[in-house]
Design a protein around this ligand. Structure first.
Ligand SMILES: Nc1nc2c(ncn2[C@@H]2O[C@H](COP(=O)(O)OP(=O)(O)OP(=O)(O)O)[C@@H](O)[C@H]2O)c(=O)[nH]1
Ligand SMILES: [Mg+2]
Length: 643
C-alpha cells in the first residue's frame, strides 16, 4: 500500500514519516539547510507479514504544489497532516482539493504537534478540520492526534495504517502496463534508474517498453518493488527499474514521462475532458483560457475550450476540450488537475474522456453522444455505446489502446458485442449491427438517387459515395464493406465507379437525338475509316466538345470504342475488324498476321490500320513480334455483341 502525505508547509509531514519508518525523506542538502521539503521523499516500512508500507512524502510549501500533485497521483491512501498549533492553513485546503480532484478515496487525518497545543486548542483545530473536509471525499475520515516529538499516538497510527493495508483490495493487474515516472537518475555501476507507481498492468524483467511521449525504447534489466528486488511488479506497486537501451540516459528521461507497453505509445495534445471548477475560483472559465495541466507526474501548458455553453462557472462541472502545448501520454479516465498560469492556485480538475478529440465540429450533438459513450466506465458498455454513436465505425485497436486494455480483454468484449469488423490492414474497423443496416440502406438509397438523376452516367465515383453515406467509413474499410455479402450482389464496382447491379445506362432525350444523327456517320461504307470528332462536329455544325462527350458516353455504354484519340468506331465494326484479322491470320502460311493485308481488306490506309492494330495490342487481343502479330483466341469475343 502506498501512503501519500499532504498538508501545509512545516506541519510535520516529514517528521511523521520519519517517526513511523525511521527514514528521513529529506535527502537534499538544500532541504536539510532550509528545513523544508522541496522534492518528493520516499520511505518503506516492511511489515512482519510480508506487506510493505510505502510512503511518498510531499512538500507543503506553496511554491512546490506541482511536486505535491506529481506525488499524489499513484497513492492508495492520503495521510493529511494538520499541525495542532497552526490549524488548517491555505495548503491544507489546496492539498485537500487536489486529493479530491485526483479521486483519492481513502484518507486518514492526523493532528500533529499535539505536544505544542492546549486541550482547548486541540478541540478547536479538530472542529476546523471537520469544517475544511466536509465537502470532500474525506468528510468522515478519522482524526488521530500524534506527536513526532514525544511519540504520542505514533504506534496507534502505524497500527491503523497496517489495518488499512490489509483492508485494501488488491488492485487488478488487468490492462496494459503503464508507469508514471517521478524520478530518473544514474546509479554508479548500475546505470539509469527510473522510479514511479505502476498505474496498470504488470512488468517483468527483460520486458521491452517505451518511454512516452518521446518514444524511446527501453528494456528492464532489473526491477524493485517497494525497495525489494522482484521478477514481476504490478498495478499499485512502487517500482524502481534499471533501464537499458540505445538512447537511454538520465537526461533523455524526465519526471512526468510514462513508461509503457509499446502498444500504448500514442501521445496526444488534444483531449476532451470533464472539468470541475472549484467553487473557490474567482472567475468563470472563458474559451481559450491558458492554464497549467497536471497529469500523472507531468505538467504542461494548456488552453481550455468549454464545450457546453461559452463559460464554465465556479463550482460547476462541464465537458471541455484541453489543447496542450505539447503531447502527453495518457489514458481514458485519467485524472488531472488544473492550476493557473502563474502557478499560484489550484483551479479545478477532472477526468480525460476522449484522447483523440477533433479540432472541428467539437460541440455537435454527435460529439456529445460520443463523449457520453467514452465516459462509461465499463469498457464493454462504452464500446457498445461508441459503436452506436459513431458516425464512422470504430478502430478497435485504438479503442483498446486509449483505455490501456489487454488483447484478451478486447477480444472478450468483441466476442460479446460481435460487431461487424473490417480488417483494413493497419486498422480493424468495427461497426454495430444497427449502424451496418443503416449503412447498407444508405448506399443503396444514394446510388438509386444518383442513377435517377444521371441515367447516362455509369455510376458514382467511389470516393464521392463514401463521403455521402453515413456512417462514413475510412477508405479501406469502405472498399471491404462494399464486398460484404449484404451488398456484393446489389452493388458493382466499375473501375473508379460504383453502381447498382440493376442500373443500365440510358441516354437522355437530347443525347439520344444527337446519337441518332451521329451513328449513321460511323457506319456504312466508310465504317473502317469513320470520321473523327472534329469532322463529325463540322458535318453536324455542333460544338466539338459536345460530340466528344456524346461519344465517350456511348463508349461507356459499349456502343462504340475509342480506337485512337477522338477516333471512335462502332462496336460492331471493331468486332468485324477482329474477325477479318483472324481470317487473314488463318490464311497466312506462317500463321502470323501482317499489317499490309489487314490494311488492304479494310481499305482504311496504312496509318489507320496501324492505329487499329495497336488498339488491339493495348487490349491484349494480339501478341506482337516485330511487325507481325498473333491473335489470342480467348479474346476473340471481347468485342462481340452482348446478348
Ligand atoms: N514539537 C514538535 N515539533 C514537530 C513535530 N513534528 C514536526 N515538528 C517540527 O516541525 C518542523 C517542520 O517539520 P517537517 O516534518 O519538516 O514539516 P513538513 O510538513 O515536512 O514541512 P514541508 O515538507 O516543508 O512542507 C521541524 O522543525 C520538526 O522538528 C511534533 O510533533 N512536535
Ligand atoms: Mg517535509
Amino acid at each position: 500500500m502506498i501512503v501519500g502525505t499532504a498538508g501545509h508547509v512545516d506541519h510535520g509531514k516529514t517528521a511523521l514519516v520519519r517517526a513511523l519508518t525511521g527514514v528521513d525523506g529529506d535527502r537534499l542538502k538544500e532541504e536539510k539547510a532550509r528545513g523544508i521539503t522541496i522534492d518528493l521523499g520516499f520511505a518503506y516500512l516492511p511489515l512482519p507479514d510480508g506487506h510493505t508500507l510505502g510512503f511518498i512524502d510531499v512538500p507543503g510549501h506553496e511554491r512546490f504544489v506541482h511536486t505535491m500533485v506529481a506525488g499524489a497521483g499513484g497513492i492508495d491512501i492520503a495521510l493529511l497532516v494538520v499541525a495542532a498549533d497552526d490549524g488548517v492553513m491555505p495548503q491544507t485546503r489546496e492539498h485537500l482539493a487536489i486529493l479530491d480532484l485526483l479521486g483519492t478515496r481513502r484518507a486518514l487525518i492526523t493532528m500533529t504537534k499535539v505536544d505544542l497545543a492546549t486541550p482547548e486548542r486541540l478541540v478547536e483545530v479538530h472542529a476546523e478540520i471537520r469544517e475544511a473536509t466536509k465537502a470532500t471525499a474525506f468528510a468522515g475520515a478519522d482524526i488521530l492526534a500524534v506527536s513526532s516529538a514525544t511519540g504520542q499516538g505514533i504506534d496507534a497510527l502505524r497500527e491503523r495504517l497496517v489495518a488499512e493495508a490489509h483492508a485494501l483490495d488488491e488492485r487488478s493487474d488487468e490492462g496494459r502496463f503503464r508507469l508514471a515516472i517521478d524520478r530518473a537518475f544514474t546509479l554508479p555501476g548500475i546505470g539509469v534508474v527510473v522510479t514511479g507507481t505502476v498505474l496498470s498492468g504488470v512488468v517483468r524483467l527483460r520486458d521491452a517498453l517505451l518511454i512516452s511521449p518521446s518514444g524511446l525504447p527501453a528494456r528492464v534489466r532489473s526491477l524493485h518493488a517497494q525497495n525489494q528486488p522482484v521478477e514481476i511488479a504490478r498495478a499499485g506497486d512502487r517500482c524502481a527499474l534499471n533501464l537499458t537501451g540505445e538512447g537511454i540516459s538520465k537526461d533523455a528521461i524526465h519526471r512526468g514521462d510514462m513508461l509503457v507497453d509499446p502498444l500504448l505509445h500514442a501521445p496526444t495534445d488534444r483531449i476532451d475532458a470533464r472539468l470541475h471548477l472549484l467553487p473557490s475560483e474567482p472567475r468563470a472559465v472563458e474559451p481559450w483560457l491558458a492554464v497549467r495541466l497536471h497529469h500523472g507526474a507531468t505538467e504542461v501548458g494548456a488552453r481550455i475550450v468549454p464545450l457546453e455553453g461559452q463559460q464554465l462557472r465556479p463550482g460547476h462541472s462541464a465537458d471541455v476540450q484541453l489543447v496542450l502545448d505539447r503531447p502527453v501520454a495518457a489514458a481514458v479516465g485519467d485524472r488531472f488537475v488544473l492550476r493557473d498560469v502563474s502557478a499560484r492556485r489550484t483551479m479545478g480538475g477532472g477526468q480525460f474522456i476522449d484522447l483523440r478529440a477533433p479540432e472541428r465540429h467539437r460541440r455537435t450533438p454527435a460529439r456529445q453522444a460520443e463523449r457520453a459513450a467514452w465516459r462509461i466506465d465499463d469498457p464493454q458498455k462504452s464500446l457498445a455505446a461508441l459503436l452506436d454513436a459513431s458516425s464512422s465505425g470504430r478502430d478497435l485497436d485504438a479503442f483498446a489502446r486509449d483505455r490501456a486494455l489487454s488483447a484478451a480483454a478486447l477480444q472478450e468484449i468483441v466476442a460479446t458485442l460481435s460487431p461487424l469488423v473490417f480488417d483494413a490492414g493497419e486498422e480493424r474497423i468495427a461497426i454495430s449491427d444497427t449502424q451496418w443496416q443503416r449503412f447498407v440502406a444508405a448506399v443503396i438509397e444514394r446510388l438509386e438517387g444518383f442513377h435517377a438523376a444521371y441515367p447516362d452516367l455509369q455510376g458514382m465515383a467511389r470516393e464521392k459515395l463514401r463521403k455521402a453515406v453515413k456512417p462514413e467509413l475510412a477508405p479501406d474499410a469502405f472498399a471491404l464493406a462494399l464486398q460484404h455479402a449484404d451488398l456484393a450482389n446489389r452493388v458493382l464496382r466499375d473501375g473508379a465507379f460504383v453502381r447498382l447491379a440493376s442500373h443500365a445506362m440510358q441516354l437522355t432525350a437530347s443525347r439520344q437525338t444527337q446519337w441518332t444523327a451521329v451513328a449513321p456517320l460511323l457506319g456504312g461504307e466508310t465504317r473502317f475509316r469513320p470520321p473523327r470528332v472534329r469532322d463529325i462536329a463540322g458535318v453536324l455544325s455542333l460544338p466539338e466538345a459536345d460530340i466528344r462527350q456524346l461519344l465517350k458516353l456511348v463508349a461507356r455504354m459499349g456502343l462504340v470504342d475509342e480506337v485512337s484519340h477522338d477516333h471512335f468506331f462502332l462496336r460492331t465494326t471493331v468486332h468485324e475488324m477482329l474477325q477479318i484479322a483472324a481470317d487473314i491470320q488463318a490464311r497466312a502460311p506462317d500463321g502470323w498476321l501482317a499489317a499490309a493485308p489487314f490494311r488492304d481488306r479494310l481499305d482504311c490506309g496504312r496509318k489507320v490500320a496501324i492505329l487499329i492494330l495497336e488498339f488491339f495490342d493495348r487490349h491484349g487481343v494480339m501478341l506482337k513480334r516485330g511487325t507481325l502479330r498473333r491473335i489470342q483466341p480467348r479474346y476473340l469475343d471481347l468485342f462481340a455483341p452482348t446478348t
